[in-house]
Design a binder for this molecule. Sequence first.
Ligand code: MV4
Length: 453
Amino acid sequence: MGKKHSTLFKKILIANRGEIALRIIRTCKEMGIHTVAVYSTADKDSLPVRFADEAVCIGPPSSLDSYLKIPNIIAAAEITNADAIHPGYGFLSENAKFSKICQEHGIKFIGASPEMIEEMGDKASAKATMLAAGVPCVPGSPGLLKDGKHALKIAKEIGLPVMMKATAGGGGKGMRVVWKEEDVEPFLEAIQREAAAAFGNDGVYMEKFVEEPRHIEIQIAGDMYGKVCHMSERDCSIQRRHQKLVEETPSPFMTAALRKAMGEAAIKAAKAVNYEGVGTVEFLVDKHRNFYFMEMNTRIQVEHTITEEVIGWDLIKEQIKIAAGEPITGKNYTPQAHAIQCRINAEDPFNNWMPSPGRITEYHEPGGIGIRIDTHVYAGYTIPPNYDSMVSKLITVAQSREEAIRKMERALGEYIVEGVKTTIPFHQKLMANERFRAGDFTTKFLEEWDYKA
Ligand code: MV4
């Protein structure tokens, strides 16, 4: 796949918006690559539009008519003569059809091949591939469940509680925990129905339910010469309804032995599919430090920043170089510092996380050593109601976890965002929480913690 010689791109179109579009433009500028921003009419006054070399309007505010509208994006790339497209995260970043159409138009998609996206997007087939490659997986059904009787038989074999998951799901969609035998059949039918409607695929598989797991993921990179390396882990256990709120590296739960084992498993996973590009292998980790493959993400992730801060790599630059056919070093990395990211959203954490779009009337960013803010907002900017509500990513990096937390408290205290409600007060409460400070949390932490008290 791709060109064997290492010519970097002349012009990259960024098929995204917000902070990640700006983040990609910044790296392109540093690499001497021209940029094309695409934007919906809701984003005409955005910083990516202002800072890109060229900008093309691709439609009205609705994502379906703009950032997800493949013909408009391809037309923008052709008009501007872009030789590559960077999809960022979300939108078309893991869309096999888009990756294929880019290929057919001779435009390099800076992401996974259509085949890879399809294979990793089908969770049961991804799991079978990983199991065959020797990557630890949660014990469960070999492939899809045939019917209720088959499901009940397997549930009895592995023992309740079990989880049934739609093979086309992921990120928390199309899955249920089963605690009672009599629920196996009706739950299976419900997931099948929901999955058929949501994904056009009613395949469901089963696995043992891992109670109170941590979500720990390994950042990897692979090149077209078969070299793969890992950049250690990120702990993303602080989530609400499958939306990550805080990420950190290293994980407070990590040991040298676990990092080595998980890093090796992630590399095995990437090699099993000849992975090319930067990616993430997600694992569930139980209280005994058993770890299990969960999903593989073939995109740059929101939380890539903390890995950059502790490893010293620009991961967008790596993505671009790998896509252009450059080799990677193949060396594995261990964090040399501690980084934490708080996602600042325009939401009201004290009113059911209600979105709070609108005009930012006053804006002041914290600064000083060890502070990074990735954002596209500014004083006077209006957050449109049409997209996700992320305002910024506030990242601190320090020599120890304790220092990174103290720095985050200091930074949150200096951060002024007025005109919209934000999650800043929530993060302040979290940073002060004893269990958080002790690193004693799982993916159930936010459900259990009464942060309003
Ligand atoms: C699980 C699990 C427990 N046991 N699988 C959630 C998202 C999707 N990627 C898989 N997920 C889970 N799969 C088994 N066998 C618990 C979750 C889960 C979870 C995982 C990571 C982070 C947050 C979570 C919140 C609820 C459930």
